[in-house]
Design a binder for this molecule. Structure first.
Ligand SMILES: O=c1[nH]c(NC[C@H](O)[C@H](O)[C@H](O)CO)c([N+](=O)[O-])c(=O)[nH]1
Length: 151
């Protein structure tokens, strides 16, 4: 049995991050965790694109990928149910949009949008108990490396 899997090698990779400003107390922590992960794995080039909210992430990711040269893009956002009546709309649209951009472009776009009941749960995932930003960055590294294996 031959197992094909991505390593966590950052050297030589060009990574894009699209991060929403909405709930930026949470998204800034996710971004910090992701940047820490990429830096400690030797990623050479990281570009950060900021958008107003998670709903705008897919379009920005699409344009970033079309500008060329990215091995993977990490989408970071925080959708808090307590805040909004259209929690499901925003969360579902972002998930669908991110998946479509990734499949259409063939470039991995990692879904790093936390969907939480309230800010406390958000803080637990954005640094207090664990930093999902770091974890999503690991998935980004793995997928970028896997794409090189599958070429
Ligand atoms: O990233 C988020 N955007 C949110 N809304 C803004 C949305 O992403 C767009 O920026 C806005 O609708 C303008 O298009 C949120 N809420 O509505 O609560 C949210 O929790 N998280």
């Amino acid at each position: 049995v031959k197992t094909i899997e991505g390593a966590f090698i950052g050297k030589g990779l060009r990574i894009g991050i699209v991060v929403a400003r909405f709930n930026d107390l949470l998204t800034e922590e996710l971004l910090k965790g992701a940047l820490d992960c990429f830096e400690r794995h030797g990623v050479d080039r990281v570009d950060v694109v900021k958008v107003p909210g998670s709903f705008e992430i897919p379009l920005a990711a699409k344009k970033l990928i079309e500008s060329g040269g990215y091995d993977a893009v990490l989408a970071l956002g925080a959708v808090v149910r307590g805040e909004t009546k259209h929690f499901d709309l925003v969360a579902n649209e972002v998930a669908k949009g991110v998946a479509k951009v990734s499949l259409d472009s063939g470039v991995p776009v990692i879904f790093g949008v936390i969907t939480v009941e309230d800010e406390l749960q958000g803080f637990n995932r954005a640094g207090v108990k664990s930093n999902k930003g770091f974890e999503y960055a690991m998935a980004t590294l793995e997928m970028a490396n896997l794409m090189r294996e599958l070429r």
